[in-house]
Design a binder for this molecule. Structure first.
Ligand code: ATP
Length: 424
């Protein structure tokens, strides 16, 4: 089979690596990809949200399946575009259509969905410019901290958590009346603050059947001890030690099954990944958010643990036979540590030569923001590489990741030295 992966990050390199191991693969393409995917697949310099370009590429390379990495093409309707096109409609797309992608594209929609299907989540109400005064009154009924969420996609920056009521009211006004996050904040969800410790559970579904993929915990802040600015993610661990069998059974019964059933009841034919962000409050799960694609860097620890043929699972998604597919996961722990450009997540420089990564033999080097320039691998983004290792324990895996990192260098390279610190 000829497969096209859309995207260019560490997540897409992890997809490419796993799919390249499939016995069913003939040709593997990544668009636009990075220097890592270039080494194991063919990179195609197209924009994943330019659907006319995607179509041309798919026809030119005789693609049999498209795997969508990031959320933007899904929210913008790449799957719907395929279904509506005579030449593309029989080519499966792994990723939901626009209706399912709303679970991530609109926080108001996802909260309504959870409420309707009795899925545990924080109590909430949504407000628009017309109901700003009611929004302020609703804030008065809640206890600090106050959680304000822009309804639409805001590059991971649309959630504000504030301790002061007056500040929360002022921010609500900024979001609604002054469009702090553009049209993404023309509706704002205000919700109760959830206590507990966060983790993510990933589900692959064909709309009827599902497989629960390994759980993972990521580290979002730039600074050690989870301090400083939010990033796309500085590292991840899988499995999550506190995700006990008992907790995961609750997640399956209270969250996963009602989510799959709810999608069916609402007439949403969902084929792809569901990323469920959860709060574990004393052993009880509550949904913080849905994403309609895999997480990055969680993919870099989740996929390497899956021992089954990923392409076979994707074929199950396409033909709604996922329930018949074999699915094995290694019990070993996987850890990943992200190498980032100095200055990230604020201003940083690009084009720095990366050395030593080819000498790493005890870890998997997933490229994120890298590109080839004059035959050399150079940095091209804030998050540069994710260094994934296995171990019988989290500490063993982390030790391997950090030893491998010692071999890699580029100007102003930065990384967190405390991934997993809260799980020890
Ligand atoms: P992401 O970048 O994770 O996709 P997002 O913009 O989609 O972020 P959310 O995941 O909904 O937004 O929220 C971002 C973070 O804010 C969460 O990962 C969580 O740490 C925190 N958060 C969100 N809602 C709550 C809540 N109700 N109670 C406590 N913390 C919350």
């Amino acid at each position: 089979m000829n497969i096209l992966i859309l995207g260019s990050g560490g997540r897409e390199h992890a997809f490419a690596k796993k799919l390249s191991e499939s016995t069913k693969i003939s040709n593997l393409y990544v668009a636009p990809g990075n220097a890592g995917t270039d080494a194991i697949a063919t990179n195609l310099a197209i924009n994943p949200t330019d659907f006319a370009q995607v179509k041309e590429t798919v026809l030119q390379h005789d693609i049999n399946m498209v795997v969508v990495g990031p959320e933007a093409p899904l929210v913008e309707g790449v799957h719907d575009f395929f279904l509506a096109d005579e030449e593309l409609k029989n080519i499966p797309v792994i990723g939901p259509k626009k209706d399912g992608a709303l679970l991530e594209g609109s926080k108001d929609f996802s909260k309504q969905f959870m409420e309707k299907h009795n899925i545990p989540t924080a109590r909430y109400q949504s407000f628009t410019t017309d109901t700003l005064a009611e929004g302020k009154k609703f804030l008065e009924t809640l206890d600090a901290p106050y959680v304000l969420k822009a309804d639409g996609l805001a590059a991971g920056k649309g959630v504000l958590i504030l301790n002061d009521l007056e500040e929360a009211k002022a921010e609500l006004e900024e979001m609604l009346s002054n469009q702090k996050f553009g049209s993404a904040s023309s509706t704002v969800v205000i919700e109760e603050f959830l206590k507990g410790i966060e983790l993510s559970v990933f589900v692959l579904t064909d709309g009827k059947n599902y497989k629960i993929l390994p759980s993972a915990k990521d580290y979002k802040r730039i600074g050690e001890g989870d301090t400083g600015l939010n990033t796309g993610g500085m590292g991840a661990i899988s499995p999550v030690p506190f995700a006990t069998d008992d907790f995961l059974t609750k997640v399956e019964e209270l969250v996963v099954k009602p989510t799959i059933d709810g999608l069916q009841k609402d007439g949403i034919d969902y084929r792809g990944f569901i990323f469920i962000g959860l709060m574990n409050d004393n052993g009880n799960p509550s949904v913080v958010e849905y994403n309609v694609r895999m997480g990055d860097p969680e993919t870099e620890v989740v996929l390497p643990r899956i021992q089954s043929d990923l392409l076979d699972l994707f074929e199950g998604v396409a033909t709604q036979t996922l329930g018949d597919k074999s699915y094995e996961v290694t019990p070993q722990t996987a850890t990943t540590v992200m190498l980032v450009s100095g200055g990230y997540p604020e201003a940083y420089e690009k084009g720095k030569e990366i050395t030593g990564f080819n000498t790493v033999d005890d870890s998997i080097v997933f490229h994120a923001g890298t590109t080839l320039k004059d035959g050399k691998v150079v940095t091209s983004g804030g998050r540069v590489m994710a260094i994934t290792s296995f171990g019988d324990s989290m500490d063993e895996a982390l030790e391997k990741s950090y030893k491998s990192i010692d071999k890699i260098s580029f100007d102003k390279m930065n990384y967190r030295k405390d991934i997993g610190f809260d799980l020890k």
